[in-house]
Design a protein around this ligand. Structure first.
Ligand code: P6P
Length: 334
C-alpha cells in the first residue's frame, strides 16, 4: 500500500518476528549510515582511513564506520549468529549458531570511492538462516538466502527489499526519519537499450564481451538495429537501482587482468544479494555460464563475473558465452 511505513509493511509481509526485528534494525542502520554519508565532509570523514580491506582496497573512514554501525545493529537482534562483511577478513561469530538463527552477508558501503565526489553509494545485504548442519564457518549458498536488499544514499535515501517473490522500494522521509513505501512491486523491463560497463577495461575483455559492446556501439545500422546508451557510476547499488527503475544491463565480467582472482565483484555480499533482487523483479543474473545464485561459494571473499539486468539482454550474452564454449573461435554474438 502506497506510503505504508516499512515497519507496518514488515508486520504485514514478514511472518518471522525475529526476521522482522532484524530488518527493522538493518533499516535503522541504513538510516544512521545515510546521516554519516550526508555529513562526511562536515565531520572530516573523507579521504583515506590508512588501512586496506581483505580485497587490498584502500578503506575510507566511512567504510569502517558503516561496518561498525551495521554490525552493531545486527548483533542487537539476539538471533544473528554470524556476519560476513566486505570489510572483515574473517566471519564474525556473534553466537553459537543454532538452526533458525541468521547469517548476514553485507557490504556496508559499496562504491565508497564515490564518497568524496558526492556520488551515490550504498549498503548491500543478504540474510539466510543457519542451516541444520551448519558449522560456524559455513558459507550460505545463493538459494539459501531468504531476504536481500540494499540502501542507496543518493539525492534521496532509498531501501529496496525482497524476500524472494517481489521487490519493494522505500524512501526515507527526512521529516519523520521513517522509510515509506514509494515503489511497490518494482519490475525490471525485459528489454533495454542501456548498458553499464567500465569501458576502460576493454583491452582485458574476452571476445564475447568485446563483441557485445561493439555491437551496442554500432547503433541502429549495426546488428542490434538500435541506438544504445551507456552508463557507469562505479557504484553497483546505483547501477542496480537504475535497472530496477528503467531497465538496463550491468556488466562486470571476469577479464584477463582479474581472472586469476575470479573477477572484481564479490559473490557473497554483492553477487548473491543483487542477483536475488534482480531475479525477484523479473530480471536475470549470470556469471556468463551459470545463474549467479547457483554458484557454490567456496571461500569468504570469493569473486565472480556479474552480468545482470533486463532478462532479454542477459539471455543474449549468456547464449553467446554458451556458443563460444562450443566453438572457441571467438564466435560473434549474432
Ligand atoms: P571500477 C565498488 O568498488 C564496486 O565494488 C562496485 O560497486 C562497482 O560497480 C565496481 O566496484 C566499480 O569498479 O573498476 O569501475 O572501480
Amino acid at each position: 500500500m502506497q506510503n505504508e511505513t516499512l515497519h507496518a509493511y514488515l508486520d504485514r509481509e514478514v511472518g518471522d518476528e525475529h526476521l522482522r526485528d532484524l530488518l527493522d534494525r538493518i533499516a535503522s542502520a541504513c538510516w544512521s549510515i545515510s546521516a554519516l554519508v550526508c555529513r562526511s565532509a562536515l565531520q572530516g570523514n573523507q579521504g583515506e582511513a590508512g588501512s586496506v580491506n581483505p580485497q587490498g582496497e584502500v578503506q575510507k573512514p566511512l567504510d569502517l564506520m558503516a561496518d561498525e554501525v551495521f554490525a552493531r545493529s545486527c548483533a542487537g537482534n539476539g538471533r544473528t549468529a554470524t556476519l560476513i562483511s566486505e570489510e572483515a577478513d574473517d566471519i564474525t561469530v556473534l553466537k553459537n549458531p543454532s538452526p533458525g538463527d541468521f547469517v548476514v552477508c553485507y557490504d556496508p558501503l559499496d562504491g565508497s570511492s564515490n564518497l568524496d565526489v558526492d556520488l551515490s553509494v550504498g549498503t548491500i545485504f543478504a540474510i539466510s538462516y543457519v542451516p541444520e548442519d551448519a558449522s560456524q564457518n559455513a558459507l550460505p549458498a545463493g538459494h539459501q538466502m531468504v531476504c536481500a536488499g540494499y540502501a542507496i544514499y543518493g539525492p534521496s535515501t532509498m531501501l529496496a527489499l525482497t524476500t524472494g517473490t517481489r521487490v519493494d522500494g522505500f524512501s526515507l522521509d527526512p521529516e519523520t526519519d521513517t522509510f515509506v513505501l514509494t515503489h511497490p512491486a518494482m519490475r525490471v523491463p525485459p528489454e533495454t537499450a542501456e548498458f553499464a560497463i567500465n569501458a576502460s577495461r576493454r583491452r582485458h575483455w574476452d571476445g564475447v564481451m568485446r563483441d557485445y559492446v561493439a555491437q551496442c556501439l554500432e547503433g541502429p545500422t549495426g546488428p542490434r538495429g538500435k541506438a544504445f546508451n551507456m552508463r557507469w557510476t562505479a557504484s553497483m547499488v546505483a547501477e542496480v537501482h537504475r535497472i530496477l527503475i528503467r531497465g538496463g544491463i550491468f556488466l562486470y565480467p571476469t577479464d584477463d587482468e582479474n581472472r586469476a582472482s575470479g573477477g572484481k565483484l564479490r559473490l557473497l555480499y554483492e553477487g548473491f544479494p543483487m542477483a536475488m533482487i534482480i531475479e525477484a523483479a523479473g530480471g536475470r543474473a549470470t556469471d556468463g555460464h551459470n545463474d549467479i545464485l547457483d554458484v557454490t561459494p567456496k571461500h569468504l571473499h570469493q569473486r565472480t563475473s556479474v552480468i545482470l539486468g533486463s532478462a532479454g539482454e542477459v539471455d543474449l550474452i549468456a547464449a553467446a558465452y554458451t556458443q563460444a564454449e562450443r566453438a572457441p573461435d571467438g564466435s560473434r554474438l549474432t
